[in-house]
Write a protein that binds this ligand. Structure first.
Ligand code: C2O
Ligand code: CU
Ligand code: CU
Length: 532
């Protein structure tokens, strides 16, 4: 019997590929002795040898230099407004398979993309709209799966927000319609949210940016730069591989981290720029720096401008799904700097209890030439008014928890059928059930939510339908008040940490809240909030 058949019959193809790509790749990458890997159900070296042989069944990942780098930063495509009516933004977004020739000598890579196939980077087009606009998007689903479009962070009516309970069937069309209220200016994005399929649809390419502008923006007219960061996991044969066990457990991280779809692009900053940065990665945390000694100012978060600028920062952590607005200035002398994703330990797990994957080394995302210019742009001391919420009418508790059944995870076929077995990511003790209401809120009432992370790794908490204010963070019995007022829809929660937020939901209906490591969301680390 050839080894391949033995493997398929003995272990199941899915289990074999899962082990090949995760456990063994991991052990090899970290030169961890195999004896350290848990081998429940794998009793002898013969089993292990046949599993290593299984690696040949799965195409290895493309080399880190397999994609070209160093090209000029691509601009984001823009979604054209088909309407002539003032105050109405009307457009069509088609989600469809597209191909790109990425690796020479290999078949073209199949992506899923929003919008026209213009041959450019696979990022949904920028939706650039104004407060007060009515947005009407006709969504055409040409994917082989049901899908939805979720307007991440925007205060849209619950029945227009692309909830998993509102799927658009393959081949079907639906119109999403909402009006952007005053005060909603900020940096948002859109992505699919179908039940258990969101992670896959995003890693195949479906996500796009949204900017909402205010008429009274104090920085209107400042040069603006858009940097959408995503990552791509690509096999050497040009395919986008399915998730393996480690992707499900820690969230998927591609070996290529792209800015506006390009690997390590370059651009020039002349004088002062306002940057909007999106972390559109499924699971990758971005600890952004411009290198040693290079400072920047933070002026905004997910839900728009801060009340006052945070000046002179040297680094800023952007969890998956978070956005940020920055001011970057060229100094008095020309300089060459890099946008770097610096090392951050989010406590990725191995398949052995109590063991963690070491964090990635620093990585350059883009190269930047700073050129002095006499633009005399000064930030106002106050960017906008953010009124803190008053006393809470109700308290809600969200607990992130996990249960790893190591034995089940190592069983043959544990990741068959696309979803792994033996791994539970939970909210308030349960995995997501579309039929269950996890929490109930009254519309118009201020609530304080405590989000507690009882797991061993970081999870970014995200709530639909409203921007919230972080009040405080507590860890090791010490509570720290949040040092600045900001509007957010996503906040990172460290292992053992509790984050308190204040929030008001304005409309009745069902809202989702979940971990924005998309694999965890798709595995059920999500709840339904019913607003009455
Ligand atoms: Cu970015 Cu529930 O979504
Ligand atoms: Cu969302
Ligand atoms: Cu998570």
């Amino acid at each position: 019997m050839i080894r391949r058949e033995f493997l398929v019959r003995g272990l199941g193809a899915a289990a074999a590929s899962m082990f090949a790509r995760s456990v063994f790749a991991q052990a090899a990458a970290q030169s961890m002795p195999m004896g350290d890997m848990p081998m429940h159900g794998m009793h002898d070296m013969h089993d292990m040898a046949s599993m290593s042989g299984g690696m040949s069944m799965q195409s290895p990942l493309a080399a880190p230099d397999a994609l070209p780098s160093g090209a000029p930063l691509p601009a984001l495509r823009r979604l054209a407004n088909e309407s002539r009516e003032p105050g109405l933004f009307r457009a069509t977004l088609v989600a469809q398979p597209v191909v790109r020739q990425l690796l020479s000598g290999q078949p073209a890579t199949q992506f899923w993309q929003y919008g026209d196939d213009d041959g450019g980077p696979v990022i949904g087009p920028l939706i650039d709209v104004n407060e007060g606009d009515t947005v009407e998007i006709r969504f055409v689903n040409r994917l082989p799966q049901p899908s939805t479009i979720h307007w991440h962070g925007l205060p849209v009516p619950p029945d227009q927000d692309g909830n998993p309970s509102d799927p658009v069937a393959p081949g079907a069309t639906r119109v999403y319609r909402f009006t952007l209220p005053a005060g909603s200016a900020g940096t948002y994005w859109y992505h699919p949210h179908p039940h258990m399929l969101a992670a896959e649809q995003v890693f195949r390419g479906l996500a796009g940016p949204i900017v909402v502008r205010a008429a009274d923006d104090p920085l209107a007219g400042w040069p603006e730069r858009h940097l959408l960061v995503s990552d791509l996991k690509l096999s050497a044969d040009g395919t986008i591989p399915a998730n393996g066990m480690m992707d499900w457990m820690n969230g998927r991280e591609g070996q290529f981290v792209l800015v506006n779809g390009a690997l390590r692009p370059r651009f020039d900053v002349n004088g002062t720029e306002r940057w909007r940065v999106w972390n559109a990665c499924s699971a990758r945390y971005l600890r952004l720096t411009l290198g040693v000694g290079q400072t920047f100012d933070q002026i905004g978060t997910d839900g728009g401008l801060l009340q006052t600028p945070r000046r002179g920062l040297t680094e800023l952590l952007l969890a998956p799904a978070e956005r940020v607005e920055l001011i970057v200035r060229a100094g008095a002398q020309p300089a060459q700097v890099s946008l770097i994703d610096a090392q951050y330990d989010r406590r990725k797990m191995t398949m052995a209890r109590g063991r963690f994957v070491p964090p990635d080394a620093d990585r350059v995302l883009a190269d930047i030439r700073l050129t002095p210019a006499a633009d005399a742009r000064e930030l106002p001391a106050r960017l906008r008014t953010i009124v803190p919420f008053g006393p809470a009418a109700a308290q809600r508790s969200v607990v992130f928890d996990e249960a790893m059944d190591m034995h089940a995870m190592h069983q043959p076929g544990a990741s068959a059928g696309g979803m792994p077995r033996g791994m539970k990511f939970m909210v308030n003790g349960s995995v997501f059930d579309p039929a269950r209401i996890t929490l109930t809120s009254r519309r118009g009432e201020v609530e304080h939510w405590t989000i507690e992370n009882r797991t061993d790794m970081d999870h970014p908490f995200h709530l639909h339908g409203a921007q919230f204010q972080v009040i405080s963070r507590e860890a090791d019995g010490k509570r720290a008040a949040e040092p600045f007022l900001a509007w957010r829809d996503t906040v990172n929660v460290r292992p053992g940490e509790s984050v308190r937020i204040a929030v008001v939901q304005r409309e009745a209906g069902d809202r989702m809240f979940h971990c924005h490591i998309l694999e965890h969301e798709s595995l059920g680390m999500m709840g339904t909030l019913r607003v009455v």
